[in-house]
Write a protein that binds this ligand. Structure first.
Ligand code: KMH
Ligand code: ZN
Length: 308
């Protein structure tokens, strides 16, 4: 069985500062936790930025450049920059950080969907920052736009012009068919890297039946020409990761998608989640991929070819 690639998604755009003191909300925290997660065994760092003034999700390339060179100087991990960091702006703005940095990898969301976290808001009575409650409650009305035209722009600019390869985020089975269509159009080359995103309100639920269904569908569509990984958002994070690794897949952890280390207990850092996932995987006989092993498996351009 191939070695297991651990991706760690350090901060994302779902959770807000009130929800956990461990959530990185500025460039210094992102840098520190990313380096620690890499040293704990994450081969890929999936990165968003935050506005240092108030901890809000940011797609300002300047905010990314505050931590990218420092992470590169201290780790050999693969840097993966999000192109999905805002639910309220178009793909042009969302691509800007990756265009500045020309990373080895970017996220690419494979379809439009409702993307909601408003039920989380009822857990909190007071909020650290003014923007948070409206942001979380307002997601009830969110459409996360990722049309074929949007996907095509990312493929042309970041893919063809910059040689970036993608974490194709698939939130439901239909997104696998969207990707198959794009591959057949010549927009992406094998091996594509699929991220099964399970447990987001608006996408497929996080359970083993659905994981097997996603995997079987991907097998039918892509044969042997793909790699895959799973996000079990929220409480399913460790459980689905463990099962995916046994099925030959890879795993993503990180505070972007779950703030917890076990039921009812907040994680103290991203690295704590990486270490727990790593321990589970090693106990069940999976070997962990190094960054260079992940580069070879995903056919990446190499860390020497980025612009940060
Ligand atoms: N937090 C994931 C469910 C992106 O960065 O492009 C969504 C995500 C999107 O990772
Ligand atoms: Zn993300």
């Amino acid at each position: 069985m191939a070695k297991t690639i651990i991706t760690c998604a350090i901060t994302g755009a779902i959770h807000t500062p009130t929800m956990s003191d461990a959530l990185p909300i500025n460039s210094e925290m992102i840098y520190e936790q990313a380096v620690e997660a890499a040293h704990a065994g994450a081969a890929i760092l999936h990165l968003h930025a935050r506005n240092p003034d108030n901890g809000a999700p940011s797609i300002n390339p300047d905010h990314f450049m505050e931590f990218l060179p420092r992470i590169k100087a201290e780790t050999d991990a693969i840097v993966n920059i999000s192109t999905g960091g805002s639910l309220s702006t178009g793909i042009e703005e969302r691509m800007a950080p990756a265009l500045r940095a020309s990373p080895e990898m970017c996220s690419l969301n494979m379809g439009s969907l409702n993307f909601a976290m408003h039920p989380l808001a009822d857990r909190y009575k007071t909020w650290k920052y003014d923007w948070e409650e409206a942001y979380v409650r307002g997601s009830e009305g969110n459409i996360f736009r990722n049309t074929f035209e949007d996907i095509g722009k990312v493929a042309e600019t970041l893919g063809k012009a910059h040689g970036c390869r993608f974490e194709h985020e698939c939130y439901d089975v239909g997104h696998l068919y969207n990707l198959k269509f794009c591959v057949d159009q010549g927009m992406f080359t094998a091996p594509v890297f699929l991220q099964f995103v399970m447990g987001i309100l608006g996408g497929i639920a996080a359970n083993i039946d659905n994981l097997v269904f996603m995997k079987h569908t991907a097998d039918r569509l892509f044969g042997d020409d793909y790699r895959w990984s799973v996000i079990g958002a929220g409480a399913a994070q460790m459980r689905l990761g463990a099962v995916a690794a046994q099925m030959g897949g890879n795993v993503r952890v990180g505070l972007e998608d779950s703030l917890f280390i076990e039921r009812g207990k907040l994680a103290t850092s991203n690295a704590q989640q990486v270490r727990k996932m790593r321990d589970i995987l090693e106990m069940q006989g999976n070997e962990i991929a190094t960054p260079d092993e992940a580069r070879a498996s995903l056919a990446l351009k190499g860390a020497a070819n980025v612009t940060f």
